[in-house]
Ligand binder design. Structure first.
Ligand code: SF4
Length: 475
């Protein structure tokens, strides 16, 4: 019952995405809303690069001692009256959540944003078992109305335009006047707030994700800009936190360092509007809060990644910067990736969680431009790991025969540098000669995938190898 994987159809998904004019309009805003703001926020903080190093080291340290910090975390949660449930896989995690809901006789569950919830397909599971889940993050609410997966890890509805949202509200909020004005983002947000307020008050259980789990205090931390997470976790009888094992960090001091890079990398803010630290259920003198506090900590294959080539992706703090800066994501959006996690981090994470046999297109959907690694706040070497997935795909003979033949052909030349130099020289000169009149090709038989969408420039000047040699001679 986990989210359906459509990654094998990546090429078809991408083609449809490129032809979708509404999607292309929405994706055009990624540059303004994320890239420009992140750059400005980073430029204003002289120690930003040093903070990225610290953030990387904090996460590395936590992963190296994960067993100790998880034990410590559990001990603290229990001391505060909460419960920690370790779930090996999605099925176990879903079962734990349903048991809590059933015991409390829950009819409705409000939800803050949780990517682990998406990973384990909690909504459809609860629905199938008679419990109604209601998303309260605006973006998640929108995609729930449409029956879609998030297309971005921090902006789940980034693929939608204002007009599409207005149309969905008219369709789903059928009891409201037809002629109401839904042209402004503020009126759309106000309508969602009014509808959701009733749901907050009626919910029996609240489910949130966790950006971090703090071992020294037994706290879970969520970072939002809407405040919906606070209402989700304080109003119902029970608060269930869905997190994965890699979310634990040692101390509150570590948290403060990580928060400084998270908000800047994600939305270009110095700090997100709400950073909520929850520690256990309501105490006798608390004015509000849940009577029960449960944390479900999911493994789902992550512990297998700890000792291997993909360990570094567990440092991910889900800021979304890698996808915002990825030319492939910016062209096709998140749904083309075919599962919960899109963009470069998804292209590394999804094969690890779902299997490279079903997701081989994802690590290949990269130009290896390196922008993702350049902006990652915890310096995850994403291109290197994408390359490792390509190697695995090749070793397991999962890549198409044409690709394998092409790689063998290339490998032969790579092992014979003189021959490679000669072949590229002849090839580049021939292309330059044939393309001398127009300076570009509208059609090339061996590069039809390229020329179908854009012209191929004819080479100009000398080859890279020749320029390299002359530069070395003159230095
Ligand atoms: S991989 Fe890095 S840039 Fe991408 S979401 Fe994770 S922390 Fe952010």
């Amino acid at each position: 019952m986990s989210a359906v994987v459509t990654s094998p159809a990546f090429k078809a998904n991408a083609k449809a995405a490129l032809a979708d004019t509404e999607l292309q309009k929405a994706l055009a805003l990624v540059e303004v809303n994320f890239i420009v703001r992140r750059r400005a926020a980073a430029d204003q903080l002289p120690e930003f690069e040093a903070l990225r190093d610290e953030a990387r080291d904090i996460k590395d340290h936590a992963l190296a001692h994960l067993d100790l910090y998880l034990e410590e975390y559990e001990k603290r949660v229990v001391a505060h009256g909460g419960h920690v449930h370790f779930a090996v896989d999605a099925e176990e995690a879903r079962r734990i959540v349903l048991d809590v809901c059933r015991r409390l006789g829950a009819k409705t569950v409000t939800k803050g944003k949780t990517m682990i919830g998406e990973e384990i397909g909690i909504n459809s599971f609860l629905e199938a078992n008679g419990v109604v889940p209601i998303e309260t993050d605006l973006g998640e609410y929108l995609i729930q109305l449409r029956g879609e997966l998030p297309s971005h890890i921090i902006a789940p509805a980034v693929h939608l335009t204002k007009a599409q949202v207005a149309a969905d509200f008219r369709r789903c909020h059928a009891d409201l006047p037809r002629d109401r004005d839904l042209t402004e983002p503020t009126t759309l947000a106000a309508e969602a707030r009014t509808v959701l307020r009733q749901k907050f008050l009626a919910a029996d259980v609240g489910i949130t994700g966790a950006n971090f789990l703090i071992a020294e205090t037994g706290s879970s931390v969520i970072v939002t800009n809407e405040g919906n997470g606070d209402l989700t976790q304080t109003l119902p009888k029970a608060h269930i936190v869905l997190a994965s094992i890699d979310k634990v960090v040692p101390t509150l001091e570590d948290l403060s360092q990580l928060l400084r890079v998270l908000a800047r990398s994600a939305t270009g803010q110095e700090a997100s509007v709400y950073t909520t630290v929850s520690t256990g259920p309501r105490r006798a003198d608390d004015p509000d809060g849940p009577n029960e506090y449960h944390v479900v900590i999911l493994d789902n294959g992550r512990s297998n990644m700890l000792g291997g080539q993909f360990r570094d992706i567990l440092r991910c703090i889900r800021c979304g910067a890698c996808m915002n800066h990825c030319p492939v994501y910016s062209a096709v959006g998140g749904h083309a990736y075919g599962w919960v996690y899109p963009g470069p981090m998804g292209a590394v994470m999804t094969p690890a969680l779902v299997g490279i046999d079903k997701t081989g297109h994802l690590p290949n959907a990269s130009t290896f431009c390196g922008r993702c690694e350049e902006v990652c706040p915890v310096r995850i070497p994403l291109p290197k790991m994408l390359r490792h997935w390509r190697e695995r795909e090749f070793e397991r003979r999962l890549s198409p025969a044409t690709v394998r033949a092409g790689l063998r052909f290339w490998a032969f030349f790579a092992r014979h540098p003189r021959l490679y130099g000669l072949a590229t020289l002849v090839f580049a000169r021939s292309l330059a000669w044939f393309g001398r009149r127009r300076g570009r090709f509208r059609f090339l038989p061996f590069a039809r995938g390229w020329t179908r969408h854009r012209d191929f420039p004819a080479p100009m000047g000398s080859t890279f190898q020749a320029q390299w040699r002359s530069r070395r001679r003159s230095s």
